[in-house]
Design a protein. Structure first.
Length: 290
């Protein structure tokens, strides 16, 4: 399918911005927050929004009713950017669409905190959530989907289901879509390399499943999964391959390729009907498991 006209218009606007490769870390982080405010749509009202820290110091933002099923959400940003503000509008929409309490996790970022710091924070947040609610799902986009996948495997008997939105799960960047989208069309394969280089410490193999869950061998009994890929995305093939591997291991999995879209489109609700439709799709998937 051709690139969606709304996505194409967004990409034209991005040509006025400095290339990601030339940005400092501070500029990268600031741009992600500003982009969310500019393109993420209105700040929808939810029943309750509360910021607090868990006992280990991890900051979270809690949306919706304090009872009932919970969704623990991990933001994207290539492990080096993103946070509670960059994904606030998305989490509000998910809270309403899924009719679940959503807890967004402000995990530690690289390079100040390299692997496994982010994963340790993700596991701590999910363990807290499991004590709060007997029904916990996990979700994330890009790097956040990496954390959701690893957490779902680590807590496979306790997690209800997982939603992986264009997951960043292969540090080798060896599949065909990384060649096809080596540059352009939103974040490129080289942009992803920067994230991996900052996240993975020396001495850790890129195929380590705690870093690259695509290479996990033990996939039996993984919680049901919804995997969304984007057609024009260097991460497309790894997400789809992971979905197929989950299915081959006997797990319930649904794979949806979002045609005409690019990496990061789920946060573009203000300018893309495909983003809004994808959020509603994810919400319906989670709502069915209430």
């Amino acid at each position: 399918m051709p690139l969606d006209p709304e996505i194409a218009a967004y990409l034209e606007l991005q040509k006025t911005q400095p290339p990601r490769a030339g940005m400092t870390l501070a500029q990268t982080r600031g741009r992600m927050v500003e982009s969310a405010r500019q393109y993420g749509g209105e700040e929808l009202e939810v029943a309750r929004v509360e910021d607090f820290a868990l006992s280990n110091g991890v900051a979270v933002r809690d949306y919706g009713a304090v009872v009932g099923p919970m969704l623990v959400y991990f933001h994207g940003g290539r492990f080096i950017s993103g946070g509670l503000e960059s994904h606030d509008r998305l989490c509000r929409r998910l809270c309403l669409a899924a009719r679940r309490r959503v807890v967004a996790v402000d995990y530690r970022l690289a390079p100040e905190h390299r692997s496994p710091a982010a994963l340790d924070d993700a596991l701590a947040a999910v363990d807290w959530a499991l004590k709060e609610s007997g029904r916990v799902a996990v979700a994330g986009d890009s790097a956040g989907a990496n954390l959701a996948a690893v957490v779902a495997a680590a807590r496979r008997t306790e997690i209800e289901c997982q939603v992986l939105i264009y997951p960043m799960i292969d540090a080798t960047r060896s599949l065909a879509s990384h060649v096809e989208f080596g540059d352009g069309w939103g974040p490129s394969s080289l942009d992803m390399k920067r994230g991996w280089d900052e996240y993975v410490p020396p001495g850790v193999e890129p195929c380590d499943p705690r870093v690259s869950p695509l290479f996990a061998n033990d996939l039996e009994g993984i919680p049901p999964a919804l995997v969304l890929s984007a057609e024009y995305d260097c991460l497309r093939d790894e997400g789809e391959l992971y979905a197929h591997r989950l299915g081959q291991a006997g797990n319930r999995v649904e794979l949806k390729r979002c045609l005409g879209t690019i990496h990061g489109f789920i946060t573009l609700s203000g300018v893309s009907h495909l983003a809004r439709e994808a959020i509603e799709y994810v919400g319906a998937y989670l709502d069915m498991r209430r």
